[in-house]
Design a protein. Structure first.
Length: 532
């Protein structure tokens, strides 16, 4: 009956957002230690911040296990060099979408790795294992003394006092071991669970196809299963009888210092089996990611599998997945990049983020939030949410200069890039902002890179017309209301409503008149400059 209830819950939750909390300090750890040097790109922390990556992850994540969650985080942060491996998983994702018994059976197994203790598994193959201290011979001596004194107490009762004295000393060493090797007392039992889950998953032919060789790694870990079983016993304690048994077991472990003796022995063996553990970890994570992707797609009103094209970058009815009832937009990117104009809150920055997010999910999950999408195989860089670095005494402008310098360096490499920028050099004066902005934006388009940039500087639209296609977002002012339609429109913005918005918000009439007059004078001066 309990299993039937779990099955119904899994069927009901398919396609739904998770309701649990997200502990990113644990979720990130696998990614932080993973060697992704062979990837096309590892997304930077800056780009992730600009695109609200953690909020995006909480929306995308439909995994069942903590192992799958850690693997999904890593996958979303890493744009692969070989896109074919991602395409190969499409058949499995489709099968999991349609075959409910297959999916639920896999999730029932993955639920065994739902507890936070499963986050520690990755430490067994990523972190350096602690070694026994130089004085570890004392523990062996105390253990031997306990055994000998207990045996001799049946012959010489006085030896029982030796046993009791040794027991008291052993308490200190036992809890020293627990305190200093806490993570292993969680990770080792979870490794046993992981291996057991993998052993059952590979019996399902559709899932075994992910990695037919993983069974060899499962067998390698099984060879040291018996030595790890003591830790599994403690991890499985739940009801009163088991707790009583745990108490007796704890006394037994203290008396003979079994935990430190066994644990360091197990760690030495595990140290030689890192590759096998990682392969099993990755296999289970891949199964969970496939189910998560199927669940994500099931919960969307619209999605598409992107077409990866060397040159073209087009999007039809693309939207931002985190914006409720988001207005969709379409764009066909030619050989040129994209320059966006429009007032604040009209949708420029959200559209730039929409493109960035869809490119990333397209290249990492083979899923885009659009009716259709073509994207090149490229790297993604951004300069959207830049702030002062007060700890290092860096101004907004200086921080932006460093960020964009990194982009220029990356733009010269022999690989396609997507650069996302919002209001370039807005931390400096108008003349130099326009001059530097034009030079930088021209440089970034070299080597067939694509740039999506927003600006309030209308002058840039004329200067960059040969290199950038112009688009804009606009608003409509009706009586005392400002309405945004959030629709992308071709061409540069012609209407300016900033002063009018001040007016409908009841700014002083004298202030409004002065602003209008100054605006007219500046327009005349600008026109005369271009005529001369």
């Amino acid at each position: 009956m309990r299993k039937q209830k779990r099955v119904l819950q899994l069927e009901k939750s398919f396609g739904q957002l998770k309701k649990e909390s997200f502990n990113f300090s644990f979720i990130k750890k696998y990614f932080n230690k993973k060697d992704n040097s062979g990837a096309l790109q590892v997304l930077s922390d800056r780009t992730c911040s600009d695109l609200d990556f953690e909020e995006l992850f909480m929306f995308l994540d439909r995994t069942t296990s903590k192992v799958g969650q850690q693997c999904l985080y890593n996958q979303l942060r890493v744009i692969p060099s070989d896109f074919n491996s991602l395409k190969a998983k499409e058949q499995l994702i489709c099968e999991l979408s349609e075959n409910t018994p297959l999916r639920v059976n896999a999730q029932l197994l993955l639920q065994k790795l739902q507890k936070e203790d499963a986050y520690y598994i990755r430490s067994l193959f990523q972190d350096k294992h602690k070694e026994a201290p130089k004085w570890f011979f004392v523990i062996r001596l105390l253990s031997f003394t306990s055994i000998l004194s207990l045996v001799l107490s049946f012959i010489t009762p006085a030896m029982l006092f030796v046993f009791m004295g040794t027991f008291i000393v052993n308490i200190g060493f036992h809890y020293w071991n627990k305190r200093h090797l806490f993570e292993y007392l969680h990770s080792v039992p979870e490794l046993l669970k992981l291996n057991g889950v993998a052993q059952k998953l590979i019996r399902i032919k559709e899932l075994n196809a992910i990695n037919p060789q993983v069974g060899n790694s499962v067998e390698i870990i099984k060879k040291i299963r018996n030595r790890m079983s003591l830790f599994r016993l403690e991890a499985n304690m739940q009801n009163e009888v088991e707790v009583m048994f745990w108490g007796i077991l704890e006394l037994f472990k203290i008396a003979f210092l079994l935990e430190p003796l066994l644990l360091f022995n197990v760690l030495r063996r595990l140290n030689t089996k890192r590759e096998a553990i990682e392969e099993v970890f990755h296999f289970v994570g891949e199964v969970d990611i496939a189910i998560s992707t199927a669940s994500l797609r099931s919960g969307l009103n619209q999605f598409c599998i992107p077409t990866i094209h060397n040159k073209e970058m087009n999007a039809k009815e693309v939207y931002h997945p985190l914006i409720v009832d988001c207005i969709t937009n379409s764009i066909e990117v030619t050989d040129k990049s994209i320059l966006l104009t429009g007032s604040n809150m009209s949708g420029k920055t959200s559209f730039i983020r929409t493109i960035g997010i869809n490119v990333i999910t397209g290249l990492t999950l083979n899923t885009c939030f659009a009716q259709s999408m073509k994207i090149p195989h490229l790297r993604v860089f951004s300069a959207i949410r830049i702030s002062d670095d007060l700890m290092n005494d860096r101004s907004y402008y200086f921080q932006e200069v460093l960020t964009i310098k990194e982009m220029i360096t990356e733009s010269k490499k022999d690989v396609a890039n997507l650069f996302l920028l919002d209001e370039i050099f807005k931390g400096t004066n108008t003349v130099e902002r326009i001059a530097a902005g034009k030079a930088v934006l021209s440089a970034l388009t070299a080597n067939k890179n694509k740039v999506f940039v927003s600006t309030h500087d209308i002058e840039l639209t004329d200067m960059l017309a040969d290199e950038y296609d112009l688009y804009h977002f606009s608003e409509m002012i009706k009586e005392n209301n400002v309405d945004f339609d959030y629709k992308l429109k071709e061409g540069k913005l012609k209407n300016r409503n900033a002063i009018r918005i001040l007016q409908i918000n009841n700014y002083p009439e004298k202030l409004i008149d002065e602003a209008i007059n100054i605006s007219k004078e500046l327009d005349v001066a600008a026109n005369n400059k271009y005529l001369n």
